[in-house]
Design a protein around this ligand. Structure first.
Ligand code: ADP
Ligand code: MG
Length: 154
């Protein structure tokens, strides 16, 4: 699987990059699961803010650290922003009815997917964010060729 690497220097470029990525995800005709990996403060929520902008959300994006998931509706499209940092046990996701999120043309953005390992379905895209000096290094991996071919222009 090919890895796409991008250096993003600051917060506003991160939002802009998220918006470009979000435009690709918004145009995709199917359910998508995106795993956002990286330490606390890497920029996962900032990237999410950009992705949501591409769907038309201009308001704040609060971290669903305690609620685990925040829902956004754009007509028939739904975006679910998960933050599993405080998930005690992956099995809690079963009680949430996690499977029902990955349907229709829903987009699931998942911070701390490692906390849900064994229960979460395999991702269509993984974005791994590493702190690199004052900026960030992003590694994008899309196992499926359909999405992968859309991402090369990012
Ligand atoms: P996370 O959700 O991964 O914990 P946040 O998105 O809350 O991280 O971002 C943490 C901090 O990193 C924020 O202050 C944000 O402005 C900053 N930040 C985000 N992206 C970048 C970037 N590409 N370069 C520099 N700082 C960034
Ligand atoms: Mg966060």
């Amino acid at each position: 699987m090919e890895t796409l690497v991008r250096i993003i220097d600051n917060d506003s470029d991160m939002v802009a990059f998220g918006e470009r990525l979000g435009a690709i995800l918004a145009a995709y005709n199917g359910a998508l699961s995106v795993h956002l990996r990286g330490t606390l403060g890497a920029g996962k929520t900032t990237l999410t803010r950009g992705i949501l902008r591409a769907f038309g959300h201009t308001g704040a994006v609060k971290s669903p650290t305690y609620t685990l998931v925040e829902a956004y509706e754009f007509g028939a499209r739904r975006v679910y922003h998960f933050d599993l940092y405080r998930l005690g046990d992956p099995e809690e996701l079963e009680y949430m009815g996690i499977r029902d999120y990955f349907i229709d043309r829903n987009l699931c953005l998942i911070e701390w997917p490692e906390r849900g390992e064994g229960v979460l379905p395999a991702p269509d895209l993984t974005v791994h964010i590493c702190i690199a000096g004052d900026g960030r290094e992003l590694e994008l991996q899309a196992p499926g060729s359909a999405l992968q071919s859309l991402l090369i222009n990012l």
